[in-house]
Structures are given as C-alpha cells and as structure tokens.
Design a protein around this ligand. Structure first.
Ligand code: SAM
Length: 231
C-alpha cells in the first residue's frame, strides 16, 4: 500500500488523475509487464520513474485506459447537431459570433473522438460555408496520439460511423492499407494546406487557449463565449 500511495501521488501530480485506493490491484496489474521487462520491483521502478521523464511517460501510457469509439456518446452528438449548431448559425447570421470555432478533444485517445467531431462539423459547415472549424486533439499518451495523427483505423470500426458520414468523409484502404480505413475530408497539421474548412491539430506541448468548447465523454463544456468577429 505504501508503494501504491507513491504512484498515486505521482500520477495525480503528473496527470491530474486521482486513483482511489481501490485501484491498487488495477495499477499493479497494468505495471506488472513493464516491471517484468525491466526486472524491477515496485520500489526500484518508482525511483526510475521519478528520475527518468521518458519512463514516466511510458508508465502513464500503461496506466491510462484508451478505450474509445466513433460517436461514442450519440446523445452528445445529437445535442451538438440539433441545438448547438442551429444556435451558432443563427448567432453568426445576426453578427453575434464569428464563423470561426475551436473545439478541444481533451483526451482524444486514438482519434475516433476528434474525427467524429470533424465529421459532424463538416456535414453542417462544409468547406464552402465560410465557417472555419479548428479541432485541437490532445492526450496524455504519446502512443495513442501518434495513432490519432495517423488516422488509420481497422475496417471493423467503420461500423461505428453512420453510413452517410462514412460515404462522405472516409476512404476504404486498398493495397497495403487493405482492411483499414482513413479520413479524406479533414486537414491535419501534418497535411495542412488542403481546402477543407475543418482541421485537426495535435499540438505538443498542449495549449487550449482560445477554444470555444471542450469535449470529453463525460461533459461538453463551454470555455468561453464566442465573440462577434471584428469587422
Ligand atoms: C477512455 S479514453 C477516452 C477517449 C475519448 N475521449 C472517448 O471518450 O472516446 C481517455 C483518454 O484520456 C487520456 N487522458 C487521461 N488523463 C489525461 C490527462 N490528464 N490529460 C490528457 N489526456 C488524458 C488517456 O490517455 C486516454 O487516451
């Protein structure tokens, strides 16, 4: 328990995640493989993690749950499409907000969440609409962030995407990409300069400055009130 408490404090400090005492077995289980690989006990591993930043990142990767799906919480997307989008459109029409929106997918895992958001936004605010949608995708885990940036998923996951979005915004892989699919309508920081009105950025280090809305499975929050655009 004493060693668990050390990890508990370190994880709280580094990631803002509070692991209750009831998670002792879970933490031990998630770190067991790494301890075997390094042939260390918990005490020695804790000392290593304290000293070595790369190992700290690795440790947090082991601890985090990265489960995600496209359109994971359908009611959040319904709310966005049925309430938030019409309100923004009306406010922009009335000159009460700019046509530039920034969205933050705060723990984006392997990218399904920011790409679900991108598809919803693109369907309502296509490139020619004059709206500019900037999605910021961040995650504690560099491992999942790299996957999110690659934006290639196993074809089985296509089932999670509504048919009309799949047809409009995704591309089925062929040749070496057989059995996978990818996005074809969103520009990312690695392929900037496309004509898409919706882009996803994967900044490191993280800054959410200027975001209008933060998105997570548990809550969608308003970070600030979008202001009228300068003339
Ligand atoms: C369970 S996944 C959820 C992914 C996605 N938001 C969804 O709902 O489908 C949680 C993600 O949040 C990330 N995470 C946890 N704590 C974090 C923190 N303090 N800062 C950034 N990302 C964090 C984890 O690495 C993980 O990829």
């Amino acid at each position: 328990m004493r060693q668990f408490r050390l990890f508990q404090q370190l994880i709280l400090r580094e990631a803002g995640i509070f692991l209750a005492d009831a998670k002792t077995v879970l933490v031990e289980g998630r770190l067991a493989r790494r301890l075997r690989e390094l042939n260390l006990d918990f005490g020695a591993y804790y000392r290593l993690v304290e000293e070595d930043e790369r190992e700290r990142v690795h440790m947090l990767d082991c601890i985090c749950t990265n489960e995600t799906h496209f359109f994971r919480e359908p009611r959040q997307f319904e709310f966005l499409e049925q309430h938030v989008f019409p309100e923004w459109l009306a406010r922009a029409e009335a000159g009460q907000m700019s046509r530039r929106v920034r969205v933050w997918s705060a723990g984006c895992s392997t990218g399904e969440e920011p790409y679900s958001l991108a598809m919803s936004f693109l369907a309502r605010f296509p490139a020619a609409s004059g709206w500019e949608i900037d999605i910021l995708a961040t995650d504690l885990s560099t491992r999942v962030l790299e996957k999110a940036q690659a934006a290639v998923w196993p074809i089985e996951k296509a089932r999670e995407v509504p048919e009309h979005h799949l047809k409009a915004f995704m591309l089925k892989g062929t040749g070496p990409q057989e059995g996978r699919f990818t996005s074809r309508a969103v520009s990312t920081s690695s392929c900037a300069g496309t004509s898409s009105s919706t882009s996803i950025r994967f900044p490191r280090p993280v800054s959410s400055a200027g975001c209008s809305t933060a998105w997570s499975r548990m809550a969608t929050s308003c970070l600030d009130t979008p202001r009228a655009s300068p003339a």
